[in-house]
Design a protein around this ligand. Sequence first.
Ligand SMILES: O=C(O)CCC(=O)C(=O)O
Ligand SMILES: [Fe+2]
Length: 359
Amino acid sequence: MDNTSITIAKIKLSDEPNFYKDYICKVVPVVITDLYQGQAIRDIRCKQDVIHNWGDIAIPVQDEYVQAYEQAATIPGPEEEQDPAPAVAETHRTMTIRDYYEFCASHSGVKKMCIEFTTPAQIKSCYSIPDICQHQPRESKTRIQQCFVGNKGNVANIHFDKGGHNGFLYQIFGKKRFVVFPHSAAKKLLPFTQMSGWKLQHFSDRERRDFLHFTGGQEVVLDAGDAIFVPAFCWHFADYLEDSMAIRIRFRRPGHSTELLNYLFPDMFTQGIIHKLADPALATTLYPSIISRILQCSSRRYLNGKQRVMALRLLAKEIYYELYPEEPMHSYSLDLENYLPPLLPHFLDADHRARPYYE
Ligand SMILES: O=C(O)CCC(=O)C(=O)O
Ligand SMILES: [Fe+2]
């Protein structure tokens, strides 16, 4: 079997005047080789450069994602169920980037990372925001800039980000395997809210390749200077093949996604609806009827916020199957939600005080 279909394409952003139409609207992940061309950030290409330029920056270091999740996960009793899953914040420890890499070098096998910390001004001053990231009318004004620092062996399990932004992940240094999946793969991914149950890092190369053929996934090994465009609500996975650092920009959530996110639960059905609406032509015709059904469902009287969420989730499922009539109804795996404590309890109650409001 050849590998071409499982390799993510590479482009130069400067060659793509229609990036919005061809990639953002079509939900097409792609590797960009010239992001921040001519800017200072592209001169920082290895760990020594990072330590030389930004070594004194303090970062909140935590255990590797899965380890952190596993530590945080307890079977909630009725009391705890009222609260969002405990943030992993207790396990955070502040250290400088220099100390962090020294710590990793002197503790072999340790997996520590620092994810999604707000990009410090010193790093922001090394690049400017690409024009394509500027929000347009009817798009959310929120734009998030974050850094990811991690040593070899860290992994971001297969997931999609429920914030619903499009984004670029720019690899400053270090090799990172990045895998993306279409929403049509969702049922094959052992989905549990916006997470997948698979640990792709433990697949052999051959097993991973077969899995990508099974699911329609694609992969690339990012290296210094590569960026990947991760479309909104796209499933993705990252495997730190080497110590590395990356910066992320999340941008341009369409107005209709914002509205839907304020009603719906972050699962594969919401993902599928939002992906269908990524094409503005379809969004114009489909969205008004979808949102009016959702508003109607939401404004009915319910005993409590949990009942409301339950009704909205059923409706989202119904709308999903109308939008994807070709998709079989059956699942490839057990529905983990029926067996495990909820991963996002605050999203299961429309009135929960910790439920985020999207703007
Ligand atoms: O590179 C990583 O650690 C994970 C990237 C990721 O999940 C993201 O940027 O949303
Ligand atoms: Fe992510």
